[in-house]
Design a protein around this ligand. Structure first.
Ligand code: AMP
Ligand code: MG
Length: 344
């Protein structure tokens, strides 16, 4: 299959809409990461997403809409007051809500679950594509399964060349991490995957929030994941990643030692560090994660891909405090590291 890479123009959006209506796949930018979309009401089209990604069949997708009015047909309940408050405050935006699904949502989208995840993205190209298709678009991140999520069209091309007919190039993604996934089927909104909309913000909006405790640890043997995506070793670079956490000066000191020891063993180590700490690593190979948690959210997936391009076989990353946006950053870094976190 030939893969076309087109900048976002009205013509390219129209072409994307046609492809989606015809049961084909289109990769497109959103404010979180690039998505790989298909007609959410067509189970056969949705199967192509799983094939192109090499995604396990039990990992459900998010249905993307371009107007609040498109939610009702997809779900089997009236949204609760809390859900309505969240939608009013955070849609369009980087927030996904889970509801009991209606019959029109095929089982391929929800991986057999009786709930469906829905998001109304803010990115104008994503909204225009959904409008052009005239149907909700089911889309996970546009990476090959297990690879870091793509935050540029080039990342998508690396993973999907020859596997999809069209990639829409809308430049860099503003947030850089996937949406906050919130389960709305219980009494209290429960964060299953942290993201750009933080638990504190959710609490401000609807008065209560729970954060699933699987967010910052690996699943236990035999444990059923509430968010099926959480059971996979996600976002992983090829090299073995260790996160080093603790007081600033001690972290830098520890990472210098770990790096030098790896070099002595003939390995190709690489450091991921906050911008202001890079000089502290002297001549060692270190990539910047940005200035703070927001910078890290934006940069982390791209740097994990860079680590692969540089052939690094061991990686040492600094941590950020796991609150606010830092919770989302540490959730992704933690998963990339198989939760191999060293305290110093
Ligand atoms: P991705 O954005 O590529 O990570 O894919 C969507 C993620 O949304 C999956 O990994 C799931 O964990 C989550 N998700 C989608 N649908 C549901 C659902 N019905 N219940 C719980 N989590 C879901
Ligand atoms: Mg993904």
């Amino acid at each position: 299959m030939q893969t076309e890479l087109l900048p976002v123009t009205p013509e390219a959006i129209a072409r994307g809409g046609e492809l989606i209506r015809g049961g084909q796949l289109v990769a497109f930018p959103t404010e979180t990461v690039y998505g790989l979309g298909a007609n959410a009401l067509d189970g056969e089209a949705v199967k192509r997403i799983f094939e192109a990604k090499g995604r396990p069949g039990d990992n459900p997708l998010i249905a993307h809409i371009s107007a609040i009015g498109q939610l009702a047909p997809l779900i089997a309940v009236e949204p609760s007051p809390a859900a309505r408050a969240l939608m009013a405050a955070c849609w369009p935006g980087p927030m996904t809500l889970i509801f009991p699904k209606s019959d029109i949502v095929p089982r391929e989208v929800t991986a057999g679950l009786d709930t469906v995840a829905v998001r109304f993205p803010a990115h104008p190209a994503a909204r225009a594509l959904i409008d052009a298709a005239g149907v909700p678009i089911a889309a996970p991140s546009a990476n090959r399964s297990g690879r870091p999520s793509p935050t540029t069209a080039r990342h998508v091309l690396e993973d999907m060349a020859g596997r999809v007919p069209l990639i829409l190039d809308g430049g860099d993604c503003a947030v850089g991490l996937e949406s906050t996934v919130i389960d709305m089927t219980g009494d209290t909104p429960r964060v299953l995957r942290p993201g750009g909309i933080t638990p504190r913000r959710i609490e401000e909006i609807c008065g209560g929030v729970a954060v699933d405790d699987a967010v910052m640890r690996p699943l236990k043997e035999g444990e059923v994941a509430r968010s099926p995506g959480m059971k996979y070793r996600h976002y992983a670079p090829a090299g073995a990643l260790t996160i080093v956490q603790g007081e600033e000066a001690r972290v830098i000191e520890a990472i210098r030692r770990l790096y030098d020891a790896a070099l002595d063993e003939g390995k190709r180590p690489l450091i991921l560090a906050l911008e202001s700490h890079i000089p502290g690593y002297g001549p060692r190979m270190a990539l910047s994660l940005g200035a703070d948690a927001a910078g890290m959210a934006h940069a982390v997936f791209a740097r994990l891909r860079d680590a692969d391009d540089l052939g690094a076989d061991v990686l040492f990353s600094e941590a950020v405090p796991a609150d606010g946006l830092g919770l989302a950053v540490m959730n992704r870094l933690g998963r990339a590291a198989g939760f191999h976190i060293v305290e110093v």
